[in-house]
Design a protein around this ligand. Structure first.
Ligand SMILES: Nc1ncnc2c1ncn2[C@@H]1O[C@H](COP(=O)(O)OP(=O)(O)OP(=O)(O)O)[C@@H](O)[C@H]1O
Ligand SMILES: [Mg+2]
Length: 258
């Protein structure tokens, strides 16, 4: 078994709703582990706590109790320890594509020349050469997602958290982005945790699927995807996979509300 890169140990977390003076429990005594170079997908109904899990991993929220370990370590602050691509693409409209992508390096104090040397070849590899000096609104949805992903990769972390990166894309663009992402995952030797509502996408991409099917989330249902790699879309017609798809849809249906 490869090494653990992320662990939740008995983590509980609630949001405090100040206006209504109540607490909203999201995780209760929750434990899980993710291993090096896995591709994990999280599925679950809207409001089940998927993005909150990422906010906890990324250090934007702190658990009420329990521990979160990254690469085996318990950090005082987890900020900057993982590459986090939030649910909305947060490209800055006033910065060019290159400046958006380079933000993590700039924040770490890299010099302009070193940034250019690092970022230029990656822009090319990510299919963004020719638009370095454009602004985000001039790009297609798929291209914007590639810029966001490049920025996430430039965080330098081995753990990439992608929150519904392809949900706004049309079916064809989505498929080519999924293939592209698998290629990147392989090349960068990264561990990816990926949130989606799309069961087919989860089956196509991941090694394991974690299901958020209760609220607050105490334990996860988990399934391993029984498909070798590389995968093609038609592999999803395999009877064992179709059965798994039905099982996942049944798990998701109507279990969680906000
Ligand atoms: N900043 C916040 N303050 C208070 N409550 C919050 C906050 N963010 C989320 N919540 C609540 O926490 C719960 C989990 O929200 P979260 O955003 O993690 O869900 P999600 O599974 O990512 O949903 P979606 O699939 O719609 O993105 C919901 O009940 C939500 O209303
Ligand atoms: Mg979410």
């Amino acid at each position: 078994m490869s090494k653990q890169v992320l662990a939740f140990q008995d983590v509980s977390f609630s949001y405090q709703d100040q206006q209504q003076n109540r607490s909203i429990p999201v995780l209760h005594s929750f434990s899980t582990q993710v291993y090096d170079r896995e591709f994990i997908t999280i599925i679950g109904a809207s409001g089940s706590g998927k993005s909150t899990l990422f906010r906890l991993i990324a250090g934007l929220e702190e658990p009420d109790s329990g521990s979160i370990l990254i690469n085996g370590k318990k950090y005082k602050s987890r900020l900057g320890q993982t590459g986090y691509m939030p649910q909305k693409d947060l490209l800055m409209p006033w910065r060019t594509i290159e400046e958006n992508a380079a933000l993590p390096l700039e924040l770490r104090g890299w010099r302009k020349k070193d940034i250019e040397e690092k970022v230029r070849p990656l822009l090319e590899e990510f299919g963004l050469s020719g638009v370095e000096d454009h602004f985000p609104h001039e790009l297609s949805g798929g291209m914007r997602q590639r810029v966001s992903f490049l920025r996430t990769v430039l965080s330098g972390s081995n753990i990439l958290l992608l929150d519904e990166p392809f949900s706004a894309l049309d079916a064809i663009t989505k498929l080519s982005m999924q293939e592209w992402l698998l290629d990147q995952w392989d090349k960068r030797k990264a561990t990816i945790i990926f949130i989606t509502h799309d069961v087919q996408e989860a089956l196509l991409l991941s090694d394991r699927i974690l299901i958020f099917a209760e609220k607050p989330v105490c334990s996860l249902q988990e399934v391993a995807v029984p498909l070798a790699r590389p995968r093609r879309l038609k592999d999803l017609d395999d009877p064992a996979v179709l059965e798994l798809k039905d099982h996942l849809l049944a798990q998701l249906r109507g279990k969680v509300g906000t």
